[in-house]
Design a protein around this ligand. Structure first.
Ligand SMILES: Nc1ncnc2c1ncn2[C@@H]1O[C@H](COP(=O)(O)OP(=O)(O)OP(=O)(O)O)[C@@H](O)[C@H]1O
Length: 225
């Protein structure tokens, strides 16, 4: 067959080279449930997308599928054109922050952040410099030795965000991360997320049930229906 017959059309070529995150005809069924959830979504690199939708529509499920905590029945999840479906969560180019920050109570802020780099905390001087930088990025310089119990709720979420940053993954997933915080603190944390998203060039997906939070920082709002 002549070469020119094999050349992709401009549209196909654009799809093949899409550098963002694409969720293509993804179907999922919770174990023991009749309900099938279907997802289709494209997110540009460096885009901050908020996901809104009624309770139970599948917002958290979508993030779990992208992160690899759940597996779909069919469809594909791709980033920079490469399929992620068969990769384990730790192999995916993704870091996640949930409402429950999951900090270890017996470890200091800097140690909790260090876990994002090395689970056994065997850290090089370069790693330690990265932790210092992340503490600075989230506004916690000076509090590195504090245990989670010695930090406020907002500060604990800052530690969790810093742990996301040191993992140096290009995709940040946030599932209702600040819904336990009061309104002023939530606004402050949303601004921090927006700054980190911009300064680190992250592709960010944030699930929220609050339209005002989505309006505050999102480049685009996707309504799941
Ligand atoms: N472990 C599970 N087993 C069976 N069904 C589940 C399970 N977890 C969630 N579901 C169902 O899957 C659907 C999607 O749930 P999901 O938590 O993703 O919704 P959501 O949009 O994030 O809701 P909310 O805004 O209330 O957090 C719901 O119908 C829910 O009941």
């Amino acid at each position: 067959m002549p070469d020119d017959q094999e050349a992709p059309t401009p549209k196909e070529n654009h799809q093949a080279s899409f550098q963002g995150l694409s969720i293509e005809k993804l179907s999922y069924q919770h174990h023991g449930s009749e309900e099938v959830l279907d997802f289709d979504l494209r997110v540009e690199p460096n885009e901050l997308v908020a996901i809104l939708g009624p309770s139970g529509i599948g917002k958290s499920t979508l993030l779990s599928l992208i992160a690899g905590f759940e597996n779909s029945i069919s469809g594909a999840i791709k980033f920079e054109g490469k399929e992620l479906n068969n990769l384990s969560p730790s192999e995916r180019p993704i870091t996640s922050l949930f409402q429950e920050h999951n900090l270890f109570a017996h470890l200091s802020a800097e140690e909790n952040i260090g876990l994002g780099i090395h689970p056994g905390l065997r850290l090089t001087s370069q790693d330690k410099a990265q932790i210092t930088q992340a503490l600075n990025d989230v506004g916690l310089t000076g509090l590195e030795k504090r245990l989670p119990a010695e930090l406020s709720g907002g500060q604990r979420q800052r530690v969790a965000l810093a742990r996301c940053l040191v993992r140096r993954r290009p995709i940040l997933l946030l599932d209702e991360p600040f819904s336990a915080l009061d309104q002023d603190l939530r606004k402050e944390m949303l601004k921090l997320v927006k700054d980190l998203h911009q300064n680190h060039g992250l592709l960010t997906l944030m699930v929220t049930h609050l339209k005002e939070d989505a309006d505050a920082i999102a480049d685009r709002i996707v309504h799941l229906t």
